[in-house]
Design a protein around this ligand. Structure first.
Ligand code: FRU
Length: 294
């Protein structure tokens, strides 16, 4: 006989192809393995809102004891999250928020804080407070997501105070993807003789922009800032001198599952759990790789 599991927990993931998502799934599965009383069902939204909505509906029908969801975008997933809440299923929203506060808990990084840290560093790289000057390309993540907006707003809190900083693009989204960022950057490079800094809302896009610059021999003139800071991705790119800096964005996989289990076991949980971040530059990249056995 299979051992009877106490809790059936559903996790609706938006996609599995990006490195950060793969790490996220690895983290949640590793945590699940520590809890023999938990059956974890993981679905893959294939980066499509309709698919992810269907996944969540399916998990509701399976009467999961708790639902974890990391949404493709806020608006499109709000209705189905509300459905789960109405069905009295505790909902844990991970990394990208929805347009309701009715859920049990949100677990994720502080994207506004990360944006501010990136903005502050960009100002430093471009000459320092009050003197910063240069042409900046910002490549947005998905326009319908909270992280992209927070990463934008935080960055501009610092850079907008610098009259010497000029922005070359107007709200161009690479939808978190390396290949889309490559294309955006290739066009920006054709249209602008001088680009000083690229701010990509995640490491895949910062790297896509780097590759576009490299293909026209201009990568040495440009600083590239990204976000995610996975050892095998962003940290390695910083250590190689391809990205100038990245900021860690811890996946909420392990913490999200721990919180859901805690709640199911009758303990109180906080409304929001904020995961830490760290700036990674040439200064600390090698040490971090070493600490991670890379
Ligand atoms: C992966 C990802 C990460 C990013 C996060 C934002 O899908 O794009 O690179 O940090 O989602 O929600």
């Amino acid at each position: 006989f299979a051992q009877d599991k106490k809790w059936k927990i559903g996790f609706s993931q938006v996609t599995t192809i990006e490195p950060w998502r793969a790490q996220f799934n690895k983290d949640i599965l590793a945590e699940a393995a520590k809890h023999p009383d938990v059956e974890l069902i993981v679905t893959d939204g294939e980066d499509k809102t309709e698919k992810q909505v269907a996944d969540v509906e399916n998990l509701i029908r399976q009467e999961v004891d708790a639902l974890l969801v990391s949404p493709k975008e806020s608006a499109g997933l709000t209705g189905v999250v509300q459905q789960a809440i109405d069905a009295k299923i505790p909902v844990f929203v991970l990394d990208r928020n929805v347009d309701t506060q009715d859920y049990t808990q949100f677990v994720g990084g502080d994207n506004a804080l990360i944006g501010r840290a990136a903005g502050e560093y960009a100002v430093e790289l471009l000459g320092g407070k009050g003197k910063a000057a240069g042409n900046v390309v910002e490549i947005w993540g998905g326009m319908g997501t909270q992280p992209a907006h927070d990463r934008h707003d935080g960055f501009h809190e610092f850079t907008d105070k610098e009259p010497g900083i000029k922005y070359l693009l107007d709200q161009q989204s690479g939808d978190w993807k390396q290949d889309q960022a490559y294309n955006i950057m290739a066009t920006a490079l054709r249209n602008n003789e001088k680009i000083d800094l690229v701010y990509g809302h995640n490491d895949p896009m910062a790297y896509g922009a780097y590759l576009a610059a490299k293909d026209v021999g201009r990568e040495k003139d440009i600083k590239f800032i990204g976000i995610d800071g996975l050892p095998g991705e962003g940290v390695t790119l910083v250590n190689n001198g391809e990205l100038t800096a990245t900021f860690t964005y811890v996946t909420p996989g392990a913490e999200g599952l721990r919180q859901a289990i805690k709640f199911l076991n009758g303990e109180k949980v906080e409304k929001t759990i904020t995961l830490p971040t760290e700036k990674i530059t040439k200064e600390n990249a090698a040490q971090i790789l070493k600490d991670n056995g890379l």
